[in-house]
Write a protein that binds this ligand. Sequence first.
Ligand code: ADP
Length: 263
Amino acid sequence: MNMQTNPAIPFYRETAGECDLFETAHRHGLPLLLKGPTGCGKTRFVEHMAARLGRPLYTVACHDDLSAADLIGRYLLKGGETVWTDGPLTRAVREGGICYLDEVVEARKDVAVVLHPLTDNRRTLMIDRTGEELSAPEGFMLVASYNPGYQSVLKRMKPSTRQRFLSLSFDFPDEATEIAVVTTESGLDEARVASLVRLAGRIRKLSGMDLEEGISTRLVIYAATLIAGGMGVERALESAVIEPLTDEPETRQALRDLIATVY
Ligand code: ADP
């Protein structure tokens, strides 16, 4: 059966055997770390795999104020009573689901303390506030992502945490894959998508020099969606490519020159 044709399973085009690795990790209860730039398909991959494996998915976008309590849960006031409310990680553990911590290095340090016993052979979650100790059932899996390009010295992932995860590098897809993805997502015809993908490839060569990071597949999809909706190419590229990528007048001009070589 081709899973991709099932409408309940979000579309994901595999690039290098990552679906099999995910499935194997899930079967053995091993945590998985996805590394790679923004907008290259990490979240979609996890959504696809969770649906394929029939597990509930709890996604948490981590930020610098996110604490262990946000993941585990807290007592909340409800109608004059204090009631314990599970956080997303606790729910995933109870239900044997998948918990996806997006940009995990952004979270506060106390989060690592919670993740350690969950990511080794103990597979336990301690809920200090209630005194409960949960054993993760079969089916539970912890997935985390991080973007090596953004890491400041302060925000690097510690080896003690990092070495608890199987790891998988994501990058921008190859041309044929990106054309297939952008065509499916935007509905724009393949010929016009091919020009956009060619442009994206050239822009990515600029990254590191003038641009902090290459253009994401997400932005290519935005541009294609605008063009498919009838917007002129120039205007679409202005708002889906040039504006999101840079504020520097010189870099904008360099991007416009690059666009002129493709269109
Ligand atoms: P990330 O989590 O890496 O920041 P996303 O998973 O949100 O990125 O990807 C951005 C968009 O790119 C998705 O909404 C999806 O449309 C598309 N995409 C990227 N790679 C793929 C792929 N291999 N298969 C299907 N869609 C993809």
